[in-house]
Design a binder for this molecule. Sequence first.
Ligand SMILES: [Zn+2]
Length: 500
Amino acid sequence: MLASLESASVLGIDASPVHIEVDLCFGLPRFQLVGLPDTSVKESRDRVHAAIRNSGYEFPQHRIVINMAPADVRKAGASYDLPIALGVLAASGVVTTRDIRDVVIVGELALDGTIHPARGVLPIAVTARRMSAAALLLPGGNLSEAAVVEGLRLLPVRTLTEAVDVLNQPREEWPDPPARPSPAPAGEHAVDLADLRGQAFARRALEVAAAGGHNLLMIGPPGAGKTMLARRLPTILPPLLFDEALEATAIHSVAGLIPVGAGLLADRPFRAPHHTISDAALVGGGSQPRPGEVSLAHHGVLFLDEMPEFERRVLDAMRQPLEEGRITVSRAARSVVFPARFMLIAAMNPCPCGYHGSATRACRCTPLHIARYRSRISGPLRDRIDLIVEIEPVPISALSSSDPAAEPSAAVRARVAAARERQASRRALNARLPARTLGRACALGAVSRAMLDTAAERLHLSARAYHRVLRVARTIADLDGSEIVTELHVGEALQYRFVE
Ligand SMILES: [Zn+2]
């Protein structure tokens, strides 16, 4: 007997349909998979066999041929266990429903018939909806992420027996599609800018960075509060739009990082990988390409503390995402593109010992050591960082003083949102304005132009650095509610060019 059913294959953050046919015929008992299955699919043979027997069903004593189509779609991962097992049971008459071809099935089996959550169920649900599938039969642990897709009937199951029972049920008894959950209200952050005393200059730089989507490098000694500042950046960014949340959630779904019960990502991601991270973990990789930290930070913030301690190769791997907002992961003859548009916040000490320029402690580093330390951040990477600011430790006296409470994140976020609104007509955040459009977008008056030209000459600004100052000045003008970029805006932008 022949049974056929549908599943889906995940590539990047998209899924495409995979059609599975199971044929039982007389002959020596054999279990044969065709259609270019990956080794992990072959392993599923043993799990399917054990799960069927341990669920109390008889494993058919036939020759079993399983064909997965299209043949040129690479099939990897364990999520075909459940459709293959149900196909075998349909071909042998345990699943009695004649036609289950319009149900998309995904799930990994344990040997006892329990169904484990699968990676990439959100993109699979999107594909099932696009295919007008009658339902998606899925692991119960993936229910909340699949529920993000509107108008799709979901059949969550925890065991193989439950899956058989659901398919044998009359369709009228299937549950209705759940209402699409709305993203949890954003702005409920565990940290807030109000927790930070002092740091007026750094707070302002953070606000400017957030308003224009600029990358930011903070240079300061240990304990100056660089990490505390970076962690508060997501609290002043506007909440995720629905489509942004959907895309970011799909990336986390493919990475298998959605906690059970969680649906759409509510807050902008904040990722802070350690400096020992490999390039594959940072930008993505693996034989079944998985998104890296740059993609997990999509629509959010990537924080690299101790930036010069990262391997040069790892830092250089970030150039494509910083330039294009996406990353191509190539393995063998295939390549997968993951979105990777994030704000980069980096931090570093001023020198290897950390105390260069400190008023309280002496630096033990030689000029050569300092130069070598700083050169670990290559020119092309520096070119992508619009703001470079020096962070000084807050004096103890300021910490204990009875200053009025610092401004909370919500107030800053409102200004950031207003500034971003002004950028909407330019169709890009200021940080991403192409150089050719800067003349129009950042029109300077005679005084501000003369000021910038003088500064460029005095500071030996390259053309790229000049453009960066213009973009930042444009953002400061937007925060100021000003159509034109004045000398005040240019003057402030020049302060965010800490170089020594
Ligand atoms: Zn030093």
